[in-house]
Write a protein that binds this ligand. Sequence first.
Ligand code: ADP
Ligand code: MG
Length: 604
Amino acid sequence: MDIINLLPENIANQIAAGEVIQRPASAVKELLENAIDAGATEIDLIVTDAGKSLVQVIDNGKGMSETDARMSFERHATSKIKNIDDLFRIRTMGFRGEALASIAGVARVELKTKRKEDTIGTFIEIENSVVKNQKPVAAQEGTNLAMKNLFFNVPARRNFLKSNTSELRHIIEEFTRVALAFPNIQFTLNSNGQEIYHLDQGSLKQRIIKLLGSQFESKLVSVKEETEYLNIIGFVGKPETARKTRGDQYIFVNNRFIRSAYLNHAVVNAFNEMLPKDSFPMYVLFIEIDPSHIDINVHPTKQEIKFEDEKIIYAFVNSAIRHALAQFSVTPALDFELDASVQQQEAITNPFTTEKKISAMNSGLYQTFTKSNQAHFIESRSNLEGYSPDKVFPENNLSQPLKEQFPEPELKKVFTPGENFVQLLQTYILTESDGKILIIHQQHAHERVLYEQMASALNGNPVAVQRSLFPETIELSAADSILLKELLPDLFLLGFQIEPFGTNSFIIQGKPADIPGEEQKSSLEKLLEDCKHFNTSLNYSNRENLIRAMATQRSVKAGTALKEKEMKDLVTQLFQCKVISVSPSGKPVFLEFRNEELEKMFGR
Ligand code: ADP
Ligand code: MG
């Protein structure tokens, strides 16, 4: 019996669509790029439920004829390339002819479009790759495409989507990238009926300040170098605007956002020792190069790029930035001072009165905190019952890469701390317990202890908040502030009292007692950065990422001298943990030698 059959077209489409449309933000990117390719000067993006219910893009571009409108949803339907050589000359954003076909395969789509030369427009409704309705309609010049109920027909993918805050953050990231690259186009972004951005046509500088924050006003250094081979233009932030989070770093090649650790290094390296340790400069840079010298086709979502000669590009970018920084004689300003304008804001100069406190508690935001706390509370409780050591708060039950790497720790053994503690190499604690010799790695042990304390804080034993004597404001990019907003309720349980203040600013009102005041801001920035780092590498929930990051950050590091009492406390706390033999990131906490083993080794 023969067993091979051809997949029905709609299923083939759904599978192929998975490469192009992974989440609402992927549709946002594709639709915005189509509008740009169509020559639009005004583009509106409307989303509801973080794009899960609706992603709509309205443009005033050139529109489509009736036949093109229908054709545009076919796989490999594109007006942008005709043969393989065109690939090496591509100047438009899209070219694979896959986006609309993919979207139509995994959502309900409504398209309204009209060209300038036509008196009447076309309306098409497609569901599951099947045309449900097509008719002439009165329409504005341009294209209006609505994607509804993403993945309604692929529940497995729908379940894979993250929380609305996290999906919205992805959308804002895509929107930011596109809007930065086209300051001469007017953009708006509306989410659940609220306008998040209204970006008028203007200069790149104005666009950067509008998108990334007014803290960059008068803090931008212009970069501009032109050669026969390539050009670079854009801005870097002065060193004092550098942050602990790697948020605002954008490189575009021929107006296409790309990720490149290599070019990132070229930029950061040019700042040299002007930057405080562990901080990242802001930059928005545009490289223009003849498309025949690059291959943008190496990655399906087109964010990676191959240059004909990477070394030339590196050297060029690096020297362009050095040159710009030197020309503007940027002097290092290593302290992070508050802007005078911020310091004078009422919320900072006035004490936090009871009246204000009450009004804050009645605000919608506070309400959502408390509500979502409860939701988390229930969620994490039930998770702890089926206790899994490396993953207290999984976002979904996907594979657990770390657990595969490291064997499941043995069922909890009981250890009783001994009386003698010796520190060796300022890293290892040598001690005995129940007839065994233990060599404990102090940092791994402390990470484990902190991790479990924080997990317990999130489960209803909150850490006490200490009011900051000097509340500080922290300015973030839109994407980072969405992440922070999502973390606020958990951060509160962990001892950070942070309040939103304006769109992308926050005030740190309180902090855990053991964090020194002068470190509250940088420690928060570092936390955000680490959370994002964990976020991209592993599939953990935000709160899991948060406590992992915090445990690592606050742990006593290898190379720190400990007093005997400190060692004893640490070991006692470790032995009270639910899991004692592995750190939260899966590394061994101690080595154990039984007396019989040692006797054997000594030939006794
Ligand atoms: P690609 O952009 O790679 O060509 P898409 O599936 O995104 O593939 O779009 C298919 C075609 O539909 C495009 O080549 C273009 O001709 C047309 N099209 C898509 N969106 C628009 C739009 N907003 N305005 C005008 N034409 C569009
Ligand atoms: Mg396209």
